[in-house]
Design a binder for this molecule. Sequence first.
Ligand code: GCW
Length: 677
Amino acid sequence: AEDGYDLWLRYRPLAGPAQADAAAHARVIVAPGTSPTIAAAVAELERGFGGMTGRPLLRAALAEDGAIVLATPAQARGVGLGSASIADLGREGFWLLTTTANGKPVIAILANTDIGLLYGSFRLLELAEQGVSLAHLDVRSAPKLQLRVLDHWDNLDRSVERGYAGQSIWDWWTLPDYTGPRYTDYARANASIGINGAVLNNVNAVKESLTARYIAKTAALADVFRPYGIKVYLSARFSAPIELGGLKTADPLDPAVKAWWAAKADEIYRAIPDFGGFLVKANSEGQPGPQDYHRTHADGANVLAEAVRPHGGVVMYRAFVYSEHNAADRARQAYDDFKPLDGRFADNVIVQVKNGAIDFQPREPFHPLFGAMPKTPLMMEFQIAKEYLGQATHLAYLGPLFQETLESDTFAHGAGSTVARVLEGKVDRYRLTGMAGVANIGVDRDWSGSTFNQANWFAFGRFAWDPDGDAKTIGAEWAQMTFTPDPRFVTPVVAMMMASREAVVDYMTPLGLAHQMATGHHYGPGPWVSELARPEWNPTYYARADATGIGFDRTVSGSDAVGQYAPALAGRLADPNTTPERDLLWFHHVAWDRRMASGRTLWDELVAHYDRGVAQVDAMQRLWDALAPYVDAERFAKTRTFLGVQQREAMWWRDASIAWFQSRNQLPLPAGSPAPA
Ligand code: GCW
């Protein structure tokens, strides 16, 4: 049965002509390398082409007709390939080329390292799965970011913070002894999309992760992942020197604290020589941190950075900080705390910034720190897990969200200073680059809680490889591999995916609204909630709806968070008339009767968006029903059921939100709205 376990690496038999094409080009494997990484690449090619063509692949020492040849430049001549110039592909890039070797037609996979050859092997398999002919390949590809990392918010008891796909896949009880096939399958899936790091434990970290017992368990996972080019990282609890080390303080400038971290790093690297480093959440949501000792975040990051530097490790230090002391506008705090520290971080620190200044909402303007830290490398943190977008059940393809953020122009050094270019280190020269995604993975058979949530894991990998990527192309590749390359399926399903995230924005938080979710679990509407102790946890804090208007004034008359953007952009965002309507209520408190571009009043426009969101989900249901002939029964039925849940809940969101805002403004529903009066 199709339970989704195989993700996009299904390798089912190809349709007639595609199968003949693949069979002709994938008869034999020639791979002079002998590393575990080459073994993994060969095993994958055997499994993949074996499945797709129905014929086992043979091994050969020399190129022959229909060979797939895996070679580094040093190996190329020996297997009959000419010399290849691929220095520009770096350590992880690859070149797929249909060519000849020893006069025989072959597909060459060329790369400077074995990891590059593995990535190239996966890409070749993906092209075949997508139904692309292998007759004229010429694909050169290299990642634009160095650190392409999944952040697991997995606790040691196997619960997953904001996880909606079952328990953690890390079975800490049976580690380090038992490392079952699921860990390898996890590594295969990640390597197939170029992910090269995994932070195993929750950023809300506990001290136990750094004990000898857990270091041994982490080392066992690192051993499984290593052939696939994946490094392990750990979230570090800032107060561990006290809790594990028995010290009186965790003050980052205290010599005993420095020595403790250095010794801890040495201990970890003895077990895991290629350990990636630490991820740190400090002084945020009650976590300990350097500010407890009146030190800065730079001091906090640097003590850990010093500890891992001799081993080549890095520290990913999160800028997701907010506290009750800065409640006037939570959106301001990261910038206020970090901007003055630019240039004060050690050279192996990279600051990890969420895509927006609040928290993984269905839509947020890009975080004002991007472009504002010329001397400090910044990496992106996206959330794949959809904490605020309907979690496992609602279908929301995040490709458009990722792309929208990445192509946003920071205007840091004039027009064209996009967030993607900031991350790539092209706006300011960054020595470290990266992107992290909060994983949506658990022990569910389909890994991600729903088939379509798998697309978000896939899209994250693709965007981490190339932040200038295209969500629609990526969505199509995923759909082709996950279901079928048949365009009668792919074209409509990609259209559905591309519209799905905007539908969520429309029925949850249109026109720049944010954080209207019910408190705690963040599932379902709660715009009326106002009684929580910390003001910035209340939905009413964000929408600020009253009798006259709605929205959060972030201009000079309000919190002036607008002033955190580059002047060219800030000038536009300061004026509601030049602010994109999709972000209007994020930046401005405006009157209910304000005229919108459509000619409608703001209130009527708001209601129209809620209605549009519901209508879009209706359309998704109809579209999916028509695709039954192309999908296996099990995955079809699960998606269909979930769309039913989403349809019901989109109406719940619309009706609850409209009713609440009506209780503020006393306005009637616009004529023709299908929402219940
Ligand atoms: O969005 C909030 C989540 C918390 C999470 C926090 C963070 C790990 O609701 O569950 O804690 O963000 O990113 O640190």
